[in-house]
Design a protein around this ligand. Structure first.
Ligand code: SAH
Length: 340
């Protein structure tokens, strides 16, 4: 049955027309859905239409299986149950500039990054656009707070689920829905090069973050197998294309692993690679995932890296650690739930 949360306004118009109803009803239904309403709450629709909709379609829901709330900063980590029994995570965060949510794009992941918990059991399946949207809607409803920023940085590789991601980006940007500005949305990729080109064409106003984590192919391939397919040079070409198309600065994420990518030589290579590029480096001390054999670099080391990059004219920040008193590393909650 049609999940109405996955439909664009145009698709909803077609669907409503097929039911013999006027076009404006589609707009009413769309705006209700994006307010998180059930059919019986759509009060400006005739009761007959509400029951007809309930008969021939449904509004996808996520079940809240678990919420962990940080005592220190209001971060909330959700474990959502999907309708087929799988589970995904999302994290609600409070910043000075407003509330933000980090959502998952897949149940599991097949990219195989060595330090990451999300990829441990491989990929279960892609999430639909509606399931990505639902993470935002359920978090708004559970917290009772508005959300103005979205980062697609939870479990999964968004560019390995490009069609659904693209639809989701259109849905949340829609004026009659959440109306979230493209500049407040960031998509993070491990570097699937052909999709960076597509994204530059389809969503030039949306921010792009690249998980770099190392400045040489040898090192990067050892941490991230996808680098064997799309090496650093190809990523850099694609990134140049994105910055030219969008005029936007790109973010490079650099997760700092002790003794692996946090040496002075690593820093020197990183500076050479990024010098003069329209970019920003986000340094993230690794979240330790048991069994990976990787340990975090110290916050002090991350701050040293940051200062040295800045000295070379490369803008950098050390990511603020939110929710450090709850399971912060992405994929950990889901892994635990799978152990049930
Ligand atoms: N697949 C996408 C988005 C999801 S991962 C990507 O690779 O960008 C979001 C970010 O968290 C990525 O930069 C990823 O490399 C990083 N990450 C994964 N596991 C981590 C861990 N244990 N500690 C710190 N960062 C981690």
């Amino acid at each position: 049955m049609n999940d109405l949360r996955s439909l664009t306004i145009e698709e909803l118009e077609t669907f409503i027309k097929e039911l013999g109803e006027p076009k404006y009803r589609a707009h009413q239904v769309f705006s209700w859905i994006h307010k998180g309403a059930h059919f019986d709450e759509m009060l400006n629709l005739p009761k007959t239409l509400r029951s007809k909709l309930a008969e021939v379609s449904h509004i996808g829901r996520l079940e809240i299986l678990n919420v962990q709330e940080s005592k220190t900063d209001g971060t909330k980590k959700f474990l959502f149950g999907l309708e087929d029994g799988d589970a995904v995570e999302a994290v609600f965060m409070k910043y000075k500039y407003g509330n933000s949510i980090c959502i998952s794009s897949q149940a599991g992941c097949r990219m195989g990054c060595k330090f990451c918990a999300s990829t441990r059991n491989g990929l279960s399946r892609n999430l639909t656009a509606g399931e990505m949207l639902s993470q935002v809607l359920e978090a708004i409803s559970e917290t009772g707070e508005p959300i103005g920023h979205i980062v697609v940085m939870g479990t999964g590789e968004p560019f390995d689920n490009y069609e659904n991601l693209s639809k989701f980006l259109k849905l949340v940007h829609c004026e009659e829905g959440l109306n979230i500005s493209n500049r407040n949305i960031t998509v993070s990729t491990c570097g699937i090069v052909p999709k960076i080109y597509e994204f530059s064409k389809d969503h030039p106003k949306v921010n792009l973050a690249i998980s770099l984590h190392a400045a040489t192919d040898e090192k990067r391939s050892a941490m991230m197998p996808i680098n064997n397919k799309y090496p650093i040079e190809e990523i850099m070409k694609a990134v140049k294309h994105y910055t030219e198309e969008s005029g936007r600065r790109i973010t490079f994420e650099y997760t700092m692993v002790s003794g692996v990518n946090d040496g002075d030589d690593d820093l020197a290579l990183l500076k050479t690679l990024l010098k003069g590029k329209l970019c920003h480096v986000n340094l993230i001390p690794l979240n330790k995932v048991e069994g990976t054999g990787f340990d975090p670099a110290s916050r002090k080391r991350a701050e040293e890296f940051c200062a040295q990059l800045e000295n070379s004219g490369i803008p950098a920040t050390v990511r603020r650690e939110l929710g450090s008193d709850i399971d912060a590393a992405c994929g950990q909650l889901r892994l635990k739930s799978k152990a049930r």
